[in-house]
Design a protein around this ligand. Structure first.
Ligand code: DAH
Length: 338
């Protein structure tokens, strides 16, 4: 019995379990006592040779030991499993910022690529690169651009509003206003950026990108002819050998206003599905800055012109992409084609 006591010290085994620092060590301990040749397994086997009274007494002791061991063992096992799981999770953490290792270099995302090409053209002509906030207020996005409250032209741009009269800018034109309020003329700037409208179908997404341009100088120094020249030259730079036409149109912030079309480079102007069989593709809006816009920013004795274009549309036409959604799906198979 003395020997048995020595081997079956419950407090000691508790300590042994507590000291285990890995599931492996814990398992070794289990084998030491309860494996096929384990200390306790052996003692259970020896029971059959004992006389009935002794057998009962020792069996009781053994079972007590066994259940105490099992309880401590399962508590410790759960703890160690948790620790090891945390360790695995930590080691297997995916780092999405890691670069995708490849030898091939693409031109980048079609939107960035197109945007960069457009910026490059205007930077070469010394246009400043400006930015503005995505969350705008009614004044900069509408009112100062000659779009007073209840003006029907507001319907052209279905807007996301916040509770506090703030909104997601529907175009990059508010950056014209911010630039004019912050600087004195002359101004020569472009502003690329994200814009938002409540639109979603095959050719519209709620978030899209525009580039805005604005030139302001002393009265008489800039006019529609300059605008026409620069946009024609720009579109030939972007599309190559195409024809350009200006169509009279309406924008509240310009007067006169025009929409600009290029001859369809898919069918050489003969008419196809892309140009809806018209031979022409609409690519941007522009005009001579309306005097009310200058009034709103406190400018006088100046004239200017402005233009705005959708980057997705230009990217679709230059990279020959027919599905707008492919820009936003980050499908490497698609992106690698560029
Ligand atoms: N802001 C217009 C739009 O989103 C685009 C535009 C048209 C901008 C003519 C201009 C402009 O600066 O002169 O539809």
């Amino acid at each position: 019995m003395a020997e048995m006591q020595q081997n079956l010290d419950i407090a000691q085994i508790e300590q042994e379990i507590l000291r285990c620092s890995s599931l492996g060590e814990l398992e070794s301990l289990r084998i030491k006592y309860f494996g096929k040749k384990g200390l306790i397994t052996q003692k259970f086997a020896e029971l059959k040779d004992l006389d009935p009274n002794k057998k009962k007494e020792i069996a009781k002791e053994l079972n007590l030991f066994k259940s105490s061991f099992e309880e401590n063992f399962s508590i410790k096992k759960e703890k160690l499993e948790n620790i090891e799981l945390q360790q695995v999770l930590l080691n297997e953490k995916i780092d999405p910022s890691l670069f995708y290792a490849t030898n091939e270099r693409s031109l980048g995302h079609p939107i960035n690529y197109t945007k960069d090409r457009i910026i490059e053209y205007f930077r070469n002509l010394n246009f400043d690169l400006c930015v503005g906030p995505l969350i705008e207020d009614d004044f900069h996005n509408f009112q100062a651009l000659n779009l007073p409250e209840y003006h029907p032209a507001r319907d052209m741009q279905d807007t996301f509003y916040f509770k506090d009269f703030k909104l997601l800018r529907t175009h990059t034109s508010p950056v014209q206003i911010r630039t004019m309020l912050a600087q004195k003329p002359p101004i020569k700037m472009i502003c690329p950026g994200a814009t938002f409208r409540r639109d979603y179908d095959l050719t519209h997404t709620p978030m899209f990108h525009q580039i805005e341009g604005l030139v302001v100088d002393e009265i008489g120094k800039v006019n529609f002819t300059h605008l026409k020249f620069i946009l024609e030259d720009f579109l030939k730079y972007l599309f190559g050998d195409i024809k350009v036409r200006f169509r009279a149109s309406f924008f509240p912030f310009t007067e006169p206003s025009a929409e600009v079309d290029i001859s369809c480079h898919f069918c050489n102007g003969e008419g196809c599905r892309v140009c809806s069989h018209t031979g022409w593709l609409e690519v941007l809006g522009c005009g001579v800055v309306d005097s009310r816009v200058f009034e709103a920013v406190g400018y006088s004795n100046v004239s200017g012109y402005a233009f705005g274009m959708g980057i997705e549309r230009l990217a679709m036409l230059t990279c020959q992409i027919s599905d707008l959604r492919s820009f936003f799906e980050t499908d490497l198979g698609v992106l690698e084609q560029f």
